[in-house]
Design a protein around this ligand. Structure first.
Ligand code: AMO
Length: 446
């Protein structure tokens, strides 16, 4: 179990412990972990000890061992942390074909007999109970698998973007102005001044394409004060941002698609055990090129499905129902491009020959939107006009707009929500399953 293959320099484990999955018959070992399961059959008792690599059986043959060892072993409460030293022997009835005969046992931290949830998963817990007790929850194989897969997907994305020539940056999360709509900002007090938690690295990543870096990426938190309480929205999410000078929106879509494929390929190659734990028999890496529909084609297709009560007209946003209707028709990832300018933000460029149409795009999964992006407006005058059209005061954004007067190259970029990526990849019912400590309207702790 577990794609746990440390290749970095060994970090000295406590008492040079052997991981459960690495125990082989004939070895003298010290294993340490949690008491997963305890079975006392009278003359003999078994402890299943669990660590991040897997599980190992410890056998207490009562009349062959010291009383003190037997007593410690049989008095253990589930989920206590223990260390066991002994001889490993082959035993085909043991879950991994090997068991440890203890010579010493030490309880490092006893757990209370009553636990708020059962990490073995035998007793299912509701999501709120799981989130209230996340540490115990992530001891469960399935939850742990989700976070190993999330980590692998993010690793692959980071590597892919680095190989694509992007410099990873970190932009401020405390800011003076919002970018994605005023009602979605969390206000804070910053030394007596009004400030906000940032909704997106948008403006800062654009400033950096005008710097010597040209092509940048960031994986970091974004904060949205949206009142939605849905299975797809968080108030703190992880944004995977990309932005590059001298590319257009179609090239940005190529990178966006490559990023997604890199994440799926890495998970398929390196998380076999986790995928199995989650019940995947066949984990499909998207192989076809993602179709690129214009917004106009998309609304035509939605209307043709006849699934909506009211037909969509130019300028309507794609509602959740519309997204689902389209998702069912297309059955895979797809881009929607060339959105009406009026429903895209000020930083997206419009077509010169048709200013009603923008060079913005979204990447959709049949269940939800994964990415927004576009070609950016890099010319100072139309940018400032865009602010005014959206009722924003360009002066408040002076730190941003002034850079457009000092040599701003044409550029494009996008942002994925990491939790939506994991949720859609693993078919999770609720986005909260893809984040350790979700922030939503009710949840501020833990
Ligand atoms: P947008 O606001 O569409 O675009 O966000 C980009 C992606 O981030 C994810 N996301 C969320 N995930 C969970 N909960 C939320 N409340 C939430 N809000 C956003 C989604 C979404 O597609 N600056 C632009 C991106 C760009 O143009 O580069 C932006 O932030 O997956």
């Amino acid at each position: 179990m577990v794609s746990f293959k440390p290749t970095a320099p060994e970090i000295g484990g406590m008492q040079d412990r052997t991981h459960a999955a690495a125990v082989e018959p004939g070895q003298s070992v010290t294993v340490a972990g949690w008491a997963h399961e305890l079975r006392d059959l009278g003359g003999i008792a078994f402890l299943i000890l669990r660590d991040r690599s897997g599980k190992i059986q410890v056998k207490f043959a009562k009349d062959e061992l010291d009383d003190a060892i037997v007593e410690t072993g049989t008095d253990l409460t589930r989920e206590s942390v223990v260390s066991v030293t002994g001889e490993a022997e082959a035993e085909e009835r043991a879950p991994t074909g090997v068991e440890v005969v203890p010579e010493a046992i030490e309880v490092l931290a006893a757990a209370e007999p009553e636990l708020p949830l059962d990490p073995s998963g035998k007793v299912e817990a509701e999501l709120p109970t799981r989130l209230d007790n996340r540490t115990l929850d992530v001891r469960g194989e399935e939850t742990k698998a989700i976070f190993e897969i999330r980590a692998e997907a993010l690793r692959a994305i980071r590597e892919f973007l680095r190989e694509a020539g992007a410099t990873e940056i970190t932009t401020p999360k405390i800011v003076a102005t919002g970018t994605e709509g005023g009602t979605e900002l969390f206000p804070i007090t910053y030394f007596g001044r009004e400030a906000f938690m940032n909704q997106s690295p948008q403006l800062f990543k654009q400033l950096m394409v005008a710097s010597g870096l040209e092509r940048v990426c960031e994986i970091g938190p974004i904060f949205r004060a949206e009142e939605h309480n849905t299975p797809r929205h968080l108030n703190e999410a992880t944004s995977i941002d990309f932005e590059s000078a001298f590319i257009d929106h179609h090239e940005a879509m190529d990178v966006c698609e490559g990023t997604l494929r890199a994440a799926y390929e890495a998970v398929a190659a390196n998380c076999e055990a986790e995928l199995e734990t989650l019940g995947f028999e066949d984990f499909a890496v998207p192989d076809e090129e993602f179709p690129r529909l214009t917004y106009e084609e998309a609304i035509e297709q939605v209307n043709a499905t006849g699934e909506l009560d009211e037909q969509l007209v130019w300028g309507d946003d794609l509602s959740t129902e519309a997204e689902h209707a389209l998702g069912e028709a297309i059955e895979g990832h797809y881009f929607v491009t060339d959105w009406p300018s009026e429903i895209k933000p000020f930083y997206i460029q419009d077509y010169a020959e048709d200013p009603e149409v923008s060079k913005g795009f979204d990447l959709m999964h049949p269940r939800m939107e994964l990415v927004s992006g576009g070609q950016r407006e890099h010319r100072y005058e139309p940018l400032v006009e865009g602010f005014e059209r959206q009722g924003l005061d360009p002066e408040a954004f002076d730190y941003y707009t002034k850079t457009f007067k000092y040599g701003m190259p044409p550029h494009a970029g996008w942002a994925y929500g990491a939790e939506r990526l994991v949720m859609s990849m693993l078919g999770l019912a609720n986005i909260r399953e893809a984040v350790l400590f979700p922030r939503d309207r009710q949840r501020l702790s833990p």
